[in-house]
Write a protein that binds this ligand. Structure first.
Ligand code: FAD
Length: 477
């Protein structure tokens, strides 16, 4: 499809040269368009960055699993490599031993990205803070300023979006894979069977606790090991006044039973009565594959969350698509504010990329930067690039950001939360594998492994079709 193109000599401005902005700049320049990449470091630093290098890794040096067959982030690596990603090229060239994970020498990695971008004839790097909305005469802009976006720009964006907050503490509740919940214990029901707007009366999954189970659970929450706030996080307010679940537990033994674990109006089909306490899970994505634990935002350490939350009847084998947390972040309510091409509906000349869009992680941020760069380059040619299929890791991630998430069904706080790539974001297989190559039945964990491998194979083959259809003249084709 074609639209009005911009003058080929007009540069595309990209704000923020982190994981997303660096990748976006590379993709735009590779497509033959000029780029001005604006980065405020070292003139102004963030509270976590320590260097002036582009694509600095602020914490761990791991890009997580590199197993494209069995792991969703490994699959994302493979798709990005296929599309000529600079971030993946620099990571591969600076690997350090880390078993099945792709870990990098952080300085070598950042230096490789910086060197490639500085040396590209179509890229100009401007070391300056963009301290408000980008000027109107900049034309197409990609904003990729990340979770620690400088305040003047964050304020200006908030002014455009009509949202009450942009930088705040995320109250993140864990998200569970639906197929790991034991439905012989848990059941579907809304409180008092109330249908509500868009509901059916059986919208929640409920996990019942007896008095003894509740007491043991409260004790475990209070005793569990917690993470500390970083010094610079201390002054950021809680969003929507959400308190960590363990803080509520410390306020009194009954607090949770009158709060998020309230059992009223929920009839356990096995007893016909309200249990002593209930944990509710609410559907999180349109596919119905992921469910979030309502009100369970927490600062417990990740290993502790797995241990303590598996004490909940029905969740004894729970697999978590993401664990809970509270940390400072800056991101848009993207399903509402962005279109399918990552443009701000209120001002489509502004496109967003990286963690600001509601993905999480180095690789995911770079992946969305890659897509923003491709979308932008196509628009500059007067074309509209069809997004990658939802069956690919890039398409699944884009779907989470721009449409796959369902808004809260009970008028609670906004429920869209940043997420790492995971297989729960992919459309289910139409016919999941049931047998091995030799014809014998798959059993237990073999089924899960075979399902992941089938999802990965489908993704890589659909990516090839998409490249052939939509990027026939690119380096990837
Ligand atoms: C403290 C912390 C630790 C994290 N640890 C991990 C981890 O271990 N593993 C993981 O996978 N993810 C981690 N993340 C999550 C996140 O995915 C990474 O932060 C990732 O770097 C995000 O990529 P990005 O490109 O969106 O933002 P960034 O990589 O942060 O890049 C944004 C860039 O924009 C610049 N900038 C900001 N405002 C302006 C402005 N107004 N004008 C010009 N430039 C500006 C910044 O200096 C920065 O270079 C962490 C996040 C934080 C905050």
């Amino acid at each position: 499809m074609t639209t009005g193109s911009q003058n080929p000599s007009d540069p595309i401005h990209i704000v923020g040269a982190g994981l997303a902005g660096s990748e976006a700049a590379w993709q735009v320049a590779t497509a033959g368009r000029r780029v001005v990449l604006h980065e405020m470091r070292p003139t102004r630093m963030t509270d976590a960055h320590r260097t002036e290098g582009l694509a600095e890794l602020v914490c761990s040096n791991s890009f997580r699993s590199d197993d494209a067959q069995n792991n969703a982030v490994g699959l994302l690596h493979a798709e990005m490599r296929r599309l000529g990603s600079l971030i993946m090229r620099a990571a591969d060239a600076n690997q350090v031993p880390a078993g099945g994970a792709l870990a990098v020498d952080r300085d070598g990695f950042s230096a490789a990205v910086t060197h490639a971008l500085e040396g590209h004839p179509l890229i100009t790097i401007s070391r300056e803070e963009v301290a408000g909305l980008p000027p109107a005469d900049w034309g197409q802009v990609i904003i990729a300023t990340g979770p620690l976006t400088a305040a003047p720009l964050a304020d200006a964006i908030r002014g455009l979006t009509d949202e009450t907050a942009l930088a705040f503490f995320d109250a993140i509740a864990p998200i569970v894979h639906r197929d790991s919940i034991d439905m012989s214990v848990a059941w579907f029901q809304s409180r008092y069977d109330k249908a509500g707007p868009g509901g059916t009366g059986a919208d929640y999954i409920n996990c019942p606790l007896t008095r003894e189970q509740y007491d043991a659970f409260v004790d475990a929450l209070i005793a569990g090991e917690k993470t500390d706030f970083k010094e610079w996080e201390a002054n950021t307010p809680y969003f929507d006044g959400c308190l960590p679940i363990e803080v509520m537990a410390e306020r009194g033994r009954e607090t949770l039973r009158h709060g998020p674990m309230k059992p009223v109006g929920l009839d356990d089909p096995r007893t016909g009565r309200w249990p002593h306490a209930v944990v509710q899970l609410r559907q999180d994505n349109a596919l119905g594959t992921l469910w979030n634990m309502v009100g369970f935002q927490t600062k417990l350490k990740h290993a502790e969350q797995v241990r303590v939350f598996r004490m909940i009847p029905g969740l004894q084998n729970a697999e978590f698509a993401r664990l809970g947390g509270l940390h400072r972040n800056t991101f848009l309510n993207s399903p509402k504010l962005l279109d399918g091409q990552l443009r701000l509906k209120a001002q489509p000349r502004l496109r967003f990329a990286g963690q600001m869009t509601g993905c999480e992680g180095y690789v995911e941020s770079a992946g969305i930067g890659l897509l923003a760069g491709l979308f932008c380059a196509a628009q500059a040619r007067g074309e509209v690039l069809a997004p990658p299929p939802a069956t690919t890791a890039l398409g699944a991630l884009l779907g989470h950001i721009t449409g796959g998430h369902i808004e809260t069904i009970d008028a609670g706080p906004r429920s869209f939360q940043p997420m790492n790539i995971n297989f729960g974001l992919f459309p289910p297989l139409t016919s999941p594998p049931t047998r091995k190559a030799d014809g014998t039945r798959l059993r237990g964990n073999e089924k899960t492994v075979a399902k992941k491998q089938a999802l990965s194979a489908r993704a890589l083959s659909d990516l090839e079709l998409w490249i052939a259809d939509t990027l026939p003249n690119s380096a990837a084709a």
